[in-house]
Design a protein around this ligand. Structure first.
Ligand code: HEC
Length: 113
């Protein structure tokens, strides 16, 4: 009797705990930081300013781009813009990762991690 009671109480808690433990690291691993995305992809053009790409950390150049608003700039980067390929030519980037990458290129010292 006692054993059954104990199991009934703890079984749902164990399931909840197990799913929480499994979900947390998976989410942390899939989102790449702005720096990771830029180092892996955007720097191919944005480091040297290839094709007129605003350079990483060149705040004057980025301010001109960001005048239309961060959201609009993120949308342009997702859609593609002149010589800038859609999602920087890395189709698996999430919208948030593109946004983080743009913030990092605007101000590498102070981008959200
Ligand atoms: C193949 C080269 C290339 C790669 C790779 C690349 N860019 Fe660009 N990017 C450009 C060029 C060229 C421009 C300037 C385009 C223009 O204004 O006509 C640009 C412009 C931009 C702009 C400004 C758009 C605007 O609205 O003015 C953003 C934002 C941007 N890139 C973000 C990124 C991000 C984020 C990545 C990485 C995920 C990335 N780019 C990767 C070439 C590249």
């Amino acid at each position: 009797m006692k054993a059954i009671l104990t199991r009934n109480i703890w079984a749902p808690a164990a399931v909840l705990l197990a799913s929480a433990l499994c979900a947390a690291p998976a989410a942390a691993q899939t989102e790449r930081t702005g720096k990771e995305v830029v180092d892996a992809q955007c720097s191919k053009c944005h480091l040297e300013g290839k094709g007129g790409a605003p350079k990483i950390g060149d705040r004057d150049a980025w301010v001109q781009r960001l005048k239309k608003g961060l959201d609009a700039t993120v949308r342009e980067a997702i859609r593609g813009h002149g010589g800038m390929p859609a999602r920087g030519d890395k189709a698996d980037l999430t919208d948030r990762e593109v946004r983080n990458a743009i913030l990092y290129m605007y101000y590498p010292g102070n981008a959200p991690k």
